[in-house]
Design a protein around this ligand. Structure first.
Ligand code: FAD
Length: 498
């Protein structure tokens, strides 16, 4: 992309070039290119990410590319929904979203459509996760409505109901940018900074690098969307301890040959009950699994739950230790043996139809195989909190894996994560309404959170097209008053004695 032009005049040549870049932006598959083309388009058109009503109509007016028109139609239809109040309902709110994973980006879209000033920060410099997510039907419908197919033509074609995390992030990032959200990468959230009574500045945050301009921004809402290691302080977690569960993920290069095209996928739900397969696998290879899922996507993706004894017998785990953290620590795992184990399981379960499979590379340039412990799973005790200091209130909400950790082999993470994103946006809407007290907002959010862990594709409303951020459109037996405002006083931390 050329250097920024600047200046107040946008010439016909600038507009033509911006339209050309838009095509590249739509096709871009790396974080660097997506952001690079986006910035070039904004520079040429003299635009800066801003509130939805101040940014989107201008961008839309300039970009008349046929692919753009198809997208604008989708975005217009969504933004026109009455729940967003013409993109002005939250015009006075400033929302910080920590993490550009699928759930942070999905929340950013809703907050932006509500009219808030939205800033997303992401610590990574690349979108590099090959792993593949199973998508519940409502998620597919949701992404289609956001124009997923316009960005990625192969999105859920035919009976496909999965997508790589990297591709999903690409799609959502492009939507977020086109709506006017401000995105900063290679910026890591460290902690919140309390409002200053002398200078009367509101809630801010500390980041790495410390001198980044976002450290000067003030916020009234902060969304913790930074995944399972949640860095937003003040949320207690519940632990669910189950029997020892060790999951292995492996990604192999999809060379898209005819032989590969013929190999059938393995859907986890059906396979969990196929005892004969697991017995045969054990007898033939010594690999003992509880389940296995295979999706043919950008990569050949396998996720399986393996029994500890077979991992020890096959030399993957060097020493049997009681403590699972130490059991799966790098120094106790033979990586070569792990690669062989995953390759053998993949080959057997696909009838040796892909004999020369090669590992794809991960974020670190290494063969993409990993082993995780799911013996303990975590969920936040509560989804929201309000902190008030020196007259400034901050609404804090967790979404996605930060809120409820998913068990990967069932692939529920993204679906429940998206529900939590929509619920978080509903709470932001209530927060901005001016008619609800902080305790009312917290009580409503916590009541809705009680439903999340029980959700399945079957017990959600089947009218997927009618889903909005209003939880009543999604949860059939919704009771927004299960938790009463008085029960949430512990979640409202205020220095105001009143
Ligand atoms: P994430 O996708 O984890 O995104 C969190 C984002 O926050 C990341 O981009 C991270 O870089 C960023 N971040 C973290 N800390 C900070 C910080 N301090 N400041 C700024 N940014 C920060 N689910 C499956 O069903 N199957 C799988 O095989 C599978 N594999 C996975 C592999 C990995 C390595 C990870 C991390 C998750 C995996 N998941 C898998 C879970 C799945 O990705 C999530 O359920 C889904 O992406 C929704 O998560 P999220 O957006 O809440 O969080």
């Amino acid at each position: 992309p050329p250097p920024p032009r600047g200046g107040p005049q946008v010439t016909a040549k600038d507009v033509a070039l911006a339209n050309e870049f838009f095509d590249h932006f739509l096709n871009a598959t790396s974080l660097r290119n997506i952001l690079g083309y986006y910035r070039s388009i904004c520079d040429l058109l003299n635009l800066k990410p801003n509130l939805f009503p101040l940014f989107y109509p201008k961008l839309r007016g300039y970009l008349k590319h046929w692919r753009a028109n198809a997208l604008w139609k989708k975005f217009d239809a969504r933004a026109a929904h009455k729940c967003y109040g013409k993109g002005k309902l939250c015009a006075n709110s400033r929302v910080l979203i920590i993490g550009a994973g699928p759930c942070g980006l999905r929340t950013a879209i809703e907050a932006q459509l509500l009219g808030a000033k939205v800033v997303v920060i992401e610590k990574r410099d690349r979108l590099s996760r090959n792993n593949v997510l199973h998508l519940w039907p409502f998620v597919i419908e949701d992404l289609r409505a956001l124009g997923a197919k316009k960005f990625f033509g192969k999105f859920c074609a035919g009976a496909i109901d999965h997508i790589s995390i990297r591709q999903l992030q690409c799609i959502l990032l492009k939507v977020v940018l086109l709506l006017g959200v401000e995105v900063h990468t290679e910026v890591s959230f460290e902690r919140l900074v309390e409002p200053d009574p002398v200078s009367k500045t509101g809630w801010r945050a500390e980041f790495t690098p410390s001198l980044h301009p976002v450290s000067q921004y003030e916020f009234d809402v902060v969304i913790g969307a930074d995944g399972k290691r949640n860095t937003l302080q003040g949320f207690k977690r519940k632990e669910f301890r189950g029997k020892l569960a060790i999951a292995i993920t492996a990604n192999f290069i999809n060379k898209r040959t005819e032989a590969e095209a013929r190999v059938e996928e393995i859907s986890g739900v059906a396979f969990i009950f196929n005892q004969k397969f697991f017995k045969d696998l054990y007898e033939a290879t010594g690999i003992d699994l509880e389940n296995i899922v295979y999706y043919k996507d950008d990569t050949h993706y396998f996720v399986m739950t393996a029994k500890k004894s077979s991992l020890i017998d096959k030399g993957v785990i060097k020493q049997d230790l009681m403590d699972t953290e130490r059991l799966l620590a790098t120094e106790n795992v033979n990586r070569e043996a792990l690669m062989d184990y995953a390759r053998e399981a993949a080959n057997f379960s696909t009838n040796y139809q892909m004999p020369d499979v090669e590992f794809a590379v991960n974020h670190y340039g290494q063969p993409d195989v990993a082993m995780f412990d799911f013996t303990s799973m975590y969920a936040a005790e509560n989804a929201s909190k309000v902190v008030e200091r020196n007259g400034f209130r901050l609404l804090m909400i967790l979404v996605g894996d930060s809120l409820l950790e998913p068990f990967w082999p069932t692939g529920s993470g993204c679906a429940r994560g998206f529900l939590s994103s929509l619920d978080a946006a509903w709470a932001i809407r209530s927060w901005c309404s001016g008619t609800m007290t902080p305790l009312d907002v917290l009580a409503e959010r916590e009541s809705i959170y009680r439903l999340l862990a029980q959700t399945t594709p079957d017990n959600l409303n089947k009218e997927w097209k009618s889903y909005t951020l209003d939880p009543a459109t999604r949860y059939p037996n919704l009771n927004k008053n299960v938790v009463l405002p008085l029960q949430t006083t512990a979640l409202f931390d205020s220095d105001d004695p009143r």
